[in-house]
Design a protein around this ligand. Sequence first.
Ligand SMILES: [Zn+2]
Length: 100
Amino acid sequence: MSLRQNLGRRIRGVMMSRLPGMITCRAIDDFIVDYLEESLPAKERVLFERHIRSCPDCRRYLAEYRLALAAGEHSLDDMDEPVPEELVDAVLATVLSGDA
Ligand SMILES: [Zn+2]
């Protein structure tokens, strides 16, 4: 993320925290799990959806979160298993080679 985007995000966060009925990108982080599990109270859900509609960053974040959840659904039972060394090596090699 560029410095400029980062600054824009921070400014928007401050603005939203001062507008009544608005929540910040930070709050989205706290709400997202409950939202996807549909256990978010109606009031927070409205705020969450309002924010998602007005914030492209969080819209993308939500979409990516959904995809990650869908991809991880089959391996939820294995969450406590250590990550295989070979996988770590493979990911590192990809990242270091600049293909990621
Ligand atoms: Zn946001």
